[in-house]
Design a protein around this ligand. Structure first.
Ligand code: SME
Length: 154
C-alpha cells in the first residue's frame, strides 16, 4: 500500500476530526524523515490556530492571515513551497535549524478550513512528490473538518 493510500485510509476511518489530524501528522512524520516539523493550523476567524503537531514547540500558535508563509498560503488559497526560508521575508521562524517549508491549504470548495505546515532542516527539501502527497492528504482532511461532517446534537 502506498503512503498516500495509508494516509487517506487512516484519515477517513479515524473516529473523529481530531484523531484524523493527529493520525495524519503522525504518519507523515514517521514515514518521511525530511519532515522535521509537521503540524496543522485551523482557520478561526482571521487567524490560523495551531492544532496537532509533532516537532519542537512553535512560538507561532496563532498566525494572522496577513503574516508568515502560513498566512500567505491561506490568503492565496494555494500551496507555497519555500526552498530557503531565510531568504523569504514572509518567514516566521519556528526553529533556527529550519531551512525549507511547504504549506498546503485544506480547502472545502472555495473556503479555507486550515492548512498543513511542514518544515525541514534540509534546504529545498520539498519537491513535486511532497506537494502531490500533501495536497491529497489535505483533500482527505477537508472531508473530516467540514462543518457538515461534524456530529450533530439532537
Ligand atoms: N514558518 C511559519 C510559521 C509556523 S512555524 O514554522 C511552525 C510561517 O512563516 O508562517
Amino acid at each position: 500500500m502506498s503512503l498516500s493510500s495509508v494516509l487517506v485510509s487512516a484519515i477517513t476511518t479515524a473516529p473523529d476530526a481530531q484523531a484524523a489530524m493527529t493520525d495524519a501528522i503522525s504518519l507523515l512524520k514517521t514515514h518521511l524523515p525530511h519532515y522535521t516539523w509537521a503540524g496543522i493550523y485551523l482557520l478561526e476567524g482571521d487567524e490560523l490556530v495551531l492544532g496537532p503537531y509533532l516537532g519542537k514547540p512553535s512560538p507561532h500558535t496563532r498566525i494572522p492571515l496577513h503574516r508568515g508563509i502560513c498566512g500567505a498560503a491561506a490568503s492565496q488559497k494555494a500551496t507555497i513551497v519555500v526552498d530557503d526560508v531565510n531568504s523569504d521575508p514572509r518567514y516566521l521562524a519556528c526553529s533556527l535549524e529550519t531551512k525549507s517549508e511547504i504549506v498546503v491549504p485544506i480547502m472545502l470548495g472555495d473556503a479555507v478550513l486550515g492548512e498543513i505546515d511542514i518544515d525541514s532542516d534540509r534546504p529545498a527539501a520539498f519537491g513535486d512528490a511532497d506537494r502531490t502527497l500533501l495536497e491529497e492528504v489535505a483533500r482527505a482532511l477537508a472531508t473530516r473538518l467540514a462543518p457538515a461532517a461534524a456530529p450533530t446534537v439532537d
